[in-house]
Design a binder for this molecule. Structure first.
Ligand SMILES: Cc1cc2nc3c(=O)[nH]c(=O)nc-3n(C[C@H](O)[C@H](O)[C@H](O)COP(=O)(O)O)c2cc1C
Length: 188
């Protein structure tokens, strides 16, 4: 595992796991991952999320089967589903801030921050992960969500199988994605 005192090496050591082993994530580690999610930033600190911890094999299998590209992965022993309640983005919940579609987008960004906290928090504990996009027409039924609640992400956790399949991991080069002062000005 990447040394924790080398932040960039640590960040790069988090990768999407395609094949999980049978090893379960211990309850005390699940609690620590949830704690990492709980401390994510959110607009006006509204914390628009609920986290659903799923360990039931049948439910996990259904969640993976119905997710986008879920078939690329085997079933993990643990999924934490992030849910956004409708009270956080409808009407004027965040009075003075965004409501409606912009409010919902802010909630989605907050969910992404929580996902990031949880996946990197897990990494610190030696736990592997993968972020998966649920099918919005199916996951609300699997998770028992009320109408107008959204489930932007499934976070899969577990331990990579020995010699698990890996994808080629690449990123765009810095000069392709960074501008200075205004978009497109590539010169520092
Ligand atoms: C918001 C989000 C949604 C994603 N959805 C899926 C998905 O539905 N299925 C999947 O296999 N991977 C999904 N991924 C994982 C990406 O494919 C993966 O992060 C990307 O290919 C980079 O690989 P790496 O995580 O190993 O660095 C998602 C990642 C993010 C951040």
């Amino acid at each position: 595992m990447a040394p924790k005192n080398d932040p960039l090496a640590f960040i790069k050591s988090r990768e999407s796991t395609l094949e999980f082993s049978e090893r379960r994530v211990e309850g005390k580690d699940i609690d620590r991952v949830l704690e990492a999610g709980r401390w994510a930033p959110s607009p006006l600190n509204i914390q628009p999320w609920e986290f659903i911890v799923v360990e039931d094999k049948k439910r996990i299998s259904e969640m993976m089967k119905t997710s986008f590209y879920g078939y690329l992965h085997n079933d993990p022993p643990l999924i934490i589903a992030i849910v956004i309640g409708d009270q956080y983005w409808q009407d004027d919940y965040m009075s003075g801030a965004q409501s409606g579609i912009l409010g919902l987008l802010e909630c989605y960004m907050a969910a992404g921050m929580a996902a990031s906290n949880m996946t990197y928090g897990a990494r610190l504990l030696g736990i592997d992960s993968c972020v998966i996009t649920p099918d919005p027409s199916k996951s609300p039924f699997i998770l028992g969500l009320p109408p107008r609640n959204f489930n932007p992400l499934f976070l899969c956790f577990g331990y990579a199988r020995k010699s698990a399949k890996k994808r080629l991991r690449e990123r765009k080069a810095i000069p392709e994605i960074v501008s200075f002062e205004q978009l497109g000005n590539r010169k520092r």
